[in-house]
Design a protein. Structure first.
Length: 453
């Protein structure tokens, strides 16, 4: 049950979080657990109503850096034990983690060899499949290698394959069945700790003193004062940074990017069950499939459907937006045809309907597709930004990162000179938060610089 909040705007708080998506709600929960009076402000009508609601909510572990893998692996334990993470009753309406396993097809840019090395270091279980194993485990799949991704109207798109693909299978991956509900769960848990959530409020100003943030101003002129403000505004994060007068020191920028996710009926014969990978047969929904060879990903959805999205291949035009509010949420016929046709190339039994179905949302994208979890040069102003496309899965841990940053930096720690390290509660892995610095230098070959992270 959603906890209702009164509409009265408080005049002050210990911390303000701008944005009530899955990231902002997670930050609010952890700040509230640290006994801070927290106010969350969002322009939408509820928790997770923005870009979170359009997320495919995939829980996977293949990232191109050690920190990326370590964070995803630690965070998956929070999703698998969601009620425990929230500190709430299991009888409540909770989002559910569906452990389906995930397949990363062994395309030239998929980084499967690098992922295996990182999995070994982090402790992520996996299996390597050759093409014959892939066909036996996923009935109906075409294992042909079609690299590189091409526009579907290119004559070369339907050319014959150049060899076959194997795959990397991680049995503990899957997806969260309701991303919006997951954000609401986090918000409700934060409210239970005393946090206030204010919806349909637009931030039009950031209050500043001589050297630190003092709060925010809303569109109706109301001011809320606080010594700490966290920017978790998703696609609106860049605009909020500009209001605060921060960003000149950043070496990594953020931009809003329109993306579409489509839904179609699953074909008969795609494979409704796969072996669990744990030594026995266990019926679970078909796995998540990441196919950078063709430029798509696909995961199961309720009612015998599939969700289909893009891995943002180089051959597709980017839809950058100056203003996230101009995004049309309706799917376009051209994007729908492109993405569904690519999946149909991999699963030939899949039909391509004439009418597009799905939703468009807006990503908050950094230049290198890795998030920024950091302080800024304005004392008290923190950022959890650049998270769209690959960070939904990490939200529970992001909340803890920001709470640790606020706690230590506000106590005088110099995070820029001596970056904090977070020790995973579930895995014991030590994660250097310098990897998510606003001032990081990303050398070629260190990060993928793609939506895959």
């Amino acid at each position: 049950m959603t906890i209702r909040e009164p509409d009265r705007v408080p005049s002050g708080a210990d911390a303000i979080v701008v944005g009530a998506g899955v990231i902002g709600a997670a930050v609010a929960l952890e700040l509230a657990r640290a006994d801070r009076r927290v106010v969350v402000v969002d322009k939408s009508g509820g928790a997770g109503h923005g870009s979170t609601s359009a997320s495919s909510a995939i829980i996977r572990f293949n990232f191109s850096t050690w920190e990326g893998v370590a964070v995803a692996w630690e965070a998956h334990y929070c999703w698998a034990r969601w009620a425990d993470h929230l500190g709430t009753s299991r009888s409540a309406a909770l989002a559910g983690f569906r452990r389906t396993g995930a397949i990363l097809l062994d395309a030239p840019d998929s980084g499967t060899s690098e992922a295996v090395a990182l999995f070994d270091r982090v402790g992520v279980p996996y299996e390597r499949w050759d093409a014959a194993t892939l066909r036996s485990r996923i009935p109906g799949i075409d294992t042909g290698r079609h690299w590189p991704p091409k526009p579907v109207h290119d004559d070369a798109f339907f050319s014959g394959p150049k060899g076959e693909l194997g795959a990397l299978f991680t049995p503990d991956a899957g997806f969260v069945d309701d991303p919006r509900l997951a954000a609401q769960n986090l918000a409700d848990a934060a409210i239970g700790r005393g946090a206030r959530f204010l919806y349909r409020r637009t931030v039009t100003g950031v209050l500043r003193g001589a050297d630190r943030v003092r709060g925010i101003r809303l569109s109706d002129g109301t001011a809320i004062t606080a010594p700490v403000v966290v920017n978790a505004a998703g696609p609106w994060s860049g605009a909020l940074n500009r209001l605060a007068g921060v960003g000149a020191e950043f070496t990594v920028g953020v931009r809003p990017l329109r993306q579409e996710v489509h839904q179609v009926a699953a074909p008969v014969g795609r494979g409704d069950v796969i072996a669990s990978g744990r030594g026995g047969a266990e019926d679970v929904p078909g796995p998540v499939v990441a196919d950078t060879d063709l430029g798509t990903y696909v995961r199961p959805a309720p009612g015998g459907h599939l969700l289909i999205g893009s891995t943002v291949p180089a051959c597709d035009p980017m839809e950058w937006l100056d203003d996230p509010d101009t995004c049309d949420p309706r799917p376009t016929p051209s994007r729908f045809e492109t993405q569904v046709t690519r999946v149909a190339r991999r699963f030939p039994l899949l039909g391509v309907p004439n009418r597009p179905t799905g939703i468009a949302g807006v990503y908050d994208v950094t230049d290198d597709w890795s998030p920024i979890y950091d302080r800024t040069d304005l004392n008290g102003f923190y950022v959890a930004i650049g998270t769209s496309g690959n960070q939904f899965k990490n939200a529970p841990l992001v909340g803890r990162f920001l709470a640790a940053l606020v706690d230590r930096v506000e106590a005088g720690h110099d995070h820029d000179r001596d970056p904090l390290r977070y020790v995973g509660e579930h895995t014991g892995n030590v994660i250097d938060l310098a990897a998510f610095s606003r001032k990081r230098h990303v050398a070629e070959g260190v990060a993928s610089r793609t939506v895959m992270g």
